[in-house]
Design a protein around this ligand. Sequence first.
Ligand SMILES: [Mg+2]
Length: 156
Amino acid sequence: MYRINIPGFKDLNIKYLVSDLNGTLTNKGIIKETTAALMNKISQNLKVYIITADTYGKAGEACRTLSADLSILRTGKEKEEKASFVKELGGQETVTLGNGANDELMLEQAALGIVVIGEEGCSTRALLKADIVVKDIDDALRMLLDPEILKATLRA
Ligand SMILES: [Mg+2]
């Protein structure tokens, strides 16, 4: 659970973190050690889900060291499937991380959406639906671990 009041934005009451895998948590299918450590720190406060179409078939291996539930998308309609995952969980209690066009709706659906440019870039569609843009996944995770950074960025 994670509570923070942000003047001019909203009162956040976050229980879940839902993240895309490829290009968001990973670069070429690999999660940095620093990213894994930060993710595991966050998972002490939030329930973490990783949702992916598993394009490279490496999701299980990539997420091996993470305290997170891995959900593989099956329908071929990834954008809609990701959004309904967040909706069912409770969008207003969820922060989402993504980078691709198929993350657009789940970024919009969440109380807080963070788009990651990373080394693989991000979709401008996803970017326009996000609340925050970061250059590196670790910046997003540090922000979630330090509400003061979040507040400084989002307050109006
Ligand atoms: Mg992606």
